[in-house]
Design a protein around this ligand. Sequence first.
Ligand code: FDA
Length: 497
Amino acid sequence: ADGAHVPVLVIGTGYGGAVAALRLAQAGVDVHMVEMGMAWDTPGPDGKIFCNTREPDYRSYWLRTRTKAPLNYFLGFPIDRDIPRHTGVLDAEEFAGITVYQGRGVGGGSLVNGGMAVTPKRENFASVLPTVNAAEMYDVYYPRANAALGVGSVDPAWFESTPYYQYARVGRKHAQRSGFPFVFVPDVYDWDHMKQEEAGTVPKSALAAEILYGNNHGKKSLQKTYLAQARATGRVAISPLHRVTSVAPAGSGRYAVTIEQLGTSGAVTATKTVTAGRVFFAAGSVGTSKLLVKLKATGALPNLNGEVGKGWGDNGNVMCGRANHLWDPTGAQQSAIPCAGIDNWTAGGAFAEVAPLPTGIETFASFYLSITRNPHRAEFTWNAAAGRVDLSWQTAWKQPSIDMAKTIFDRINSKEGTIYRTDLFGVYKIWGDHLTYHPLGGAVLGRATDNYGRLSGHPGLYVIDGALIPGNTTVNPFVTITALAERNIERIIATDL
Ligand code: FDA
């Protein structure tokens, strides 16, 4: 309520925020979480909470009147459609040189993502978080994060037999024939549930193209893991449809936090101010960076250092499709949850996941999302004239990612006698190089903060999300975001409270 005081306020309910809330509550601290997106706990008129990828409706996008599908063309035709403007679950946030996809709602990115839960190879960790002790991470915090997230792997026997992973088996065959290491990718999806979906004993979710716009059943989103545990402590309250716009010192070591309440059309229905003893920025790489850059530039948090807004990367995301021969169909039925990857990181700087294309018809396409060692880092800056935060990423900066992805797919194409699809991202356009799913950085650990996420210049303010990671995790990022949050919150509870 307006004017209230809370011991700890957490901005955002994604991975970083959920870890902070649970561990603080378990340590006996009352926590209030503020989330700009919806609660996603109430079914719509069709009885479902979320819509599926094939029929995006008002629930799909954050305040857009037209969908902005990551894969926006099919057979050269644009597939986007008009939708009512609503506080939907997926935000396609457009900056000058890149569109950044993010989850909106209680659970953050865990609502919309593929659930791929990958721990980086230990030999690559020094490039991911150079200031963090690797032994501690691999002995304590990665195992803790994997356990709490409920990470598991597909049953290999079922993988071989189900029509829903034919696309992944084709991906494996092509990778192996070209000599690339094929890996199974763990996931937080309930794999037993997926088997039952195939058997028809439970409602279909992964097997009904539920990805991107939410998953109604089998995926263990944060709502089912960290946030459920946090609520069970009785010490965590969550306010959905509330957006933090300012944090500023309020005297006696407290902070005044300004919060706008939103209606489902996006209109501001009320503005509230509360005070908090400590504030955790967990609004995601983009959300946290935008807040901090604005608050420093406008004088609300004048003591933040000059590293705020810097060191942002796209995890090297780039997408492409390959056109298979007619004797290599990838299947009309495809699980929306990927489980297969091609690891060419060491030799070529690319880790490619064999992604689904759950259109419901045979496409003869193999589709891939690659994570690459893109060296470019962008900066968020305050644009006073426009009253917004800009990001300096340039479209041409994806070229290194394309070159690295080609180390895999040029070789496969030449071995198989196949070509790239040119109809998935436009008319004669091979590369999906306009977007990222994996924003990282902007308040980098050990630079904008100390080595545990304490923001410099303002005691009691912390960053605990993907903004801490300097731009690349070599694999999908949320396990690393979760494990780093586990490490940092343990230290903060032990020494700051
Ligand atoms: P996260 O973005 O999860 O949470 C931030 C929360 O803060 C959001 O709920 C947001 O609404 C809220 N917020 C922002 N600003 C606010 C404000 N001012 N006030 C109040 N609330 C605010 N990763 C992976 O490891 N495996 C995968 O398979 C995938 N797949 C994937 C698919 C798609 C489509 C997307 C978009 C992303 C993925 N990811 C992924 C990425 C993964 O989801 C992402 O890295 C994490 O969710 C980031 O976690 P954070 O805790 O940093 O923020």
